[in-house]
Design a protein around this ligand. Structure first.
Ligand code: PHE
Length: 368
């Protein structure tokens, strides 16, 4: 077949007339087999003296055919995407049918409320601070060394710098940044009251946090609650008691087993992590399996450097802090084994959720 005949064949494939990805796929197949391949064969079969000029002609034609194809492909992709968005539009003004089906709160919302209620009843005041932080509040004031791994791109989402903004910003990696804001906000009178022992400070700060990680127990965006207590006679014993009170209260179960494990955080000393004796296994949480622990909480005595960095005198006041993941707590309490379920907008999941808190019956069942 001559080059002109192949060109004619290409025109007959009627690329212009195709209007879907499917059309394009079949055209692409025929194009390869019936046009491009025979074109290349022409070069092979050309006489030595013609090879060069045939090669150039074939090359040019091939280039223009592929360019035409690519342009059409882009065009169709754009049209199909636009069509998808139009078809996918939801009319939010439509009345909701079956209101019954969506009566359950999302587990995370529920977790927020349960924790709010519990910590308020234990005397903590509700506080909040920003989700986008400067390096100072997220790391520096919290005694992170310059080379701490959390400061690397690998673990932390950095926010693109804004003109003339000196300090680098991050999506906060934990709610501990709130500790610094809270301490800085104390005025001289409040500081005096704190130092004299006539007052103590007791706050909790729930909210979103962000880390560059994702698997069945980690999500890049998740929620934490920070607890901070400052006073003249705060010690490790008061911290352990506070955490115990929280765990028993949250799970409404005094039998749930947990342990304190020595750990390290730059902003507390000494530092501990708290694990619950629970393990996700076969789509459900199992309790009391020997030596199977799930981390839910970090805690410790506030490091004197942190107290100082936030403008208080570490000689005159002590503190403890704890921080925990709301989703992780909810997973154990309500038998959710994959944290990603909590971030999928599935009404079905929400609808089924809410009837299965940890209780002794379930613990017994797990044992048998
Ligand atoms: N901020 C720590 C974390 O995200 C938890 C923590 C809070 C530890 C307060 C100690 C004190 O892992």
């Amino acid at each position: 077949m001559t080059l002109d005949a192949l060109k004619q064949k290409w025109i007959e494939l009627n690329l212009e007339g195709s209007n879907s990805t499917k059309d394009l796929e079949s055209i692409s197949k025929i194009m390869q087999v019936d046009v491009l391949r025979p074109m290349r064969d022409l070069i092979k079969s050309a006489s030595p003296q013609d090879k060069r000029s045939v090669g150039m002609q074939v090359g040019e034609l091939e280039k223009s055919i592929l360019a035409e194809f690519k342009e059409k492909q882009l065009n169709i992709k754009n049209i199909e995407e636009r069509q998808f968005l139009t078809d996918d539009r939801i009319d939010i003004t439509l009345p909701i049918e079956n209101v019954d089906k969506i009566k359950n709160l999302h587990p995370t919302t529920r977790g927020f409320r349960e924790i709010y209620k519990l910590l308020s009843s234990l005397g903590y005041h509700y506080k909040q601070s920003s989700l986008i932080e400067t390096d100072f509040y997220n790391f520096e004031a919290l005694n992170f060394s310059k080379s701490h791994p959390a400061r690397s791109m690998h673990d932390t989402f950095f926010v693109a710098p804004v003109d003339n903004l000196q300090e680098r910003r991050v999506l906060r990696t934990h709610t501990s940044s709130t500790q610094i804001h809270i301490m800085q906000q104390l005025d001289d009178k409040q500081k005096k009251q704190l130092y004299s022992g006539s007052h103590s400070l007791k706050i909790f700060a729930p909210g979103a946090t962000f880390r560059n990680e994702s698997d069945s127990t980690h999500s890049p965006m998740f929620n934490q609650v920070e607890g901070l207590v400052l006073g003249v006679d705060i010690n490790l014993y008061s911290l352990k008691l506070a955490v115990k009170q929280f765990i028993h209260g949250f799970f409404q179960n005094d039998d749930i087993k947990f342990r304190f494990r020595a750990s390290y955080f730059p902003f507390t000393s000494p530092s501990f992590e708290v694990d619950i004796n629970a393990t996700p296994k076969d789509g459900s949480w199992n309790f009391d399996i020997e030596d199977n622990w799930f981390e839910i909480l970090g805690m410790g005595m506030v490091h004197p450097n942190v107290i100082k960095n936030a403008g208080l005198d570490p000689e005159k006041v002590k503190g403890f802090a704890f921080g925990m993941g709301i989703e992780r707590l909810m997973m154990i309490k309500y038998n959710i084994t994959d944290i990603r379920e909590l971030f999928r907008p599935s009404q079905n999941f929400n609808g089924n959720f809410g009837s299965y808190p940890v209780n002794l019956d379930r613990r017994k069942r797990c044992r048998s």
